[in-house]
Design a protein around this ligand. Structure first.
Ligand code: 3PG
Length: 414
């Protein structure tokens, strides 16, 4: 049993799973090569494979469900590659269903024997899994009502999606007993401890391209005083620079504005007035294949990494921090020409005396490529990107709330 905001959540230790059919929600959302659709990194699959293995060893029939990407994005692909990667890690067959709740999935679920593993296709191929709605509504939706009668238990291992009130996260635990999986459990135990760290300054390094989520989190951590400084990188930094009146090339501006509503951009303008929000002084930019360094007052190409002066500026702040949270890469790290900024910030964070948390897919893979002596200096590697930040900013995570409700409803642990 673990606790979340004082409420009890049952874990896999609290239930007898032998011979039971288990729906295991994981977050195997991974970077994908936009040209080939192939997986670029399997770190999240590695994390969840241990939970799958334990369920198999305990004699459950395991049906794995995950989302991948968002509709119309280049990483919105089917999960055949994920199923193959999981099978390789387990050294066992993983049957792949070419739908989520259709005839193929249902037939495979119904025929799954104890110890067998089935993987359903991308849960976001179902419209409902892209909709934020109250748990009670999702519990009565198509996906949940169609699949839940086929299962005895719902195991939620998807900490990284627990900030979403989507069908596959919050609907099932209201219909069938829901417990936390091992990844979820580990995250909660580590992050509950992090909340107790009182020393300051607390520095958040926030980058990547998920502007809407990151903006909400910046607002929360700055306004509530949780973060003393937010060092922005990546597209997040470009958004704040635009909010501060910096002009950027038209196509870059269009990219930012395509990811954020005009209301949220107004919020960014308000937040940009806060001195806690730091923005880069230079970028590594690419223009017609040429790479150069541009001061932020004259950005002449597409920003692909933070520049060397920004690295120095941010390093100084990280060296003095007591808690560092890093989420979202500082540049397009898939391309070796644009990794230097992120790598320099990571090295500085690990050389500091701060408790350092890495969050999100890119940082998990970065952590796994570090030599063991450096990796051991990372306080916690979280599978969560947005979820981690929402958790640390004190927001209620719907996925965890739903597990707590499930425990109350089905009285799994008292
Ligand atoms: C993540 O990578 O943060 C999670 O998989 C959630 O994905 P989402 O932001 O598309 O909901």
């Amino acid at each position: 049993m673990i606790t979340y905001l004082g409420k009890k959540i049952a874990t896999m230790d609290d239930v007898d799973l032998s011979g039971k059919k288990v729906l295991l929600r994981v977050d195997m959302n991974s970077p994908v090569d936009p040209k080939t659709g192939r997986l670029l990194d399997v770190s999240r699959i590695v994390e969840h494979s241990a939970t799958v293995r334990e369920l198999v060893e305990r004699g459950a029939s395991v049906v794995v469900m995950s989302h991948q990407g968002r509709p119309l994005d280049s990483d919105y692909v089917d999960l055949r590659g994920h199923a193959e990667a999981l099978a390789k890690l387990l050294g066992a067959e993983v049957k792949f269903a070419e739908d989520v709740a259709g005839p193929h999935a249902r037939a495979l679920i119904e025929s799954a024997r104890p110890g067998e593993v089935v993987m359903l296709d991308n849960s976001r191929f179902m419209a409902e899994d892209n909709v934020e709605a109250p748990p009670e509504k999702h519990a009565n939706g198509y996906l949940v009502t169609r699949l839940s009668p086929l299962f005895s238990y719902f195991v939620n291992d998807a900490f990284a999606t627990s900030h979403r009130s989507q069908a596959s996260i919050v609907g099932f635990p209201l219909r069938i007993p829901g417990v936390a999986g091992r990844v979820m459990e580990r995250e909660l135990r580590a992050l509950n401890r992090v909340l107790e760290i009182a020393e300051r300054p607390k520095v958040f390094v926030l980058g990547g391209a998920k502007l809407d989520d990151t903006l909400k989190v910046v607002k929360h951590v700055v306004e509530s005083g949780i973060a003393d400084e937010v060092l922005t990188t990546g597209l997040v930094a470009v958004m704040f620079l635009m909010a501060r009146g910096t002009s950027v090339p038209k196509d870059v501006e269009a990219k930012v504005m395509s990811k954020i509503s005009s209301d949220l951009f107004q919020e960014a303008k308000e937040l940009a007035k806060r001195q806690e929000v730091k923005t880069p002084v230079d970028f590594v930019v690419e223009r017609e294949g040429e790479v150069s360094v541009a001061h932020t007052s004259s950005i002449s190409g597409a920003p692909k990494d933070i520049g060397p002066s920004t690295v120095e500026y941010y390093k100084d702040k990280l060296a003095r921090a007591k808690l560092i949270v890093m989420r979202g890469p500082a540049g397009v790290i898939e391309d070796p020409r644009f990794r230097a900024g992120t790598e320099a910030l990571v090295r500085t964070a690990l050389a500091s005396k701060a408790f350092t948390i890495f969050g999100g897919g890119h940082f998990i893979s970065m952590a796994s490529s570090l030599p063991p002596e450096e990796r051991s200096k990372v306080g916690h590697v979280s599978t969560g990107g947005g979820a981690l930040l929402y958790f640390l900013s004190g927001s209620v995570l719907p996925g965890l709330e739903a597990l707590a409700k499930s425990n109350e409803k089905f009285k799994i642990v008292q």
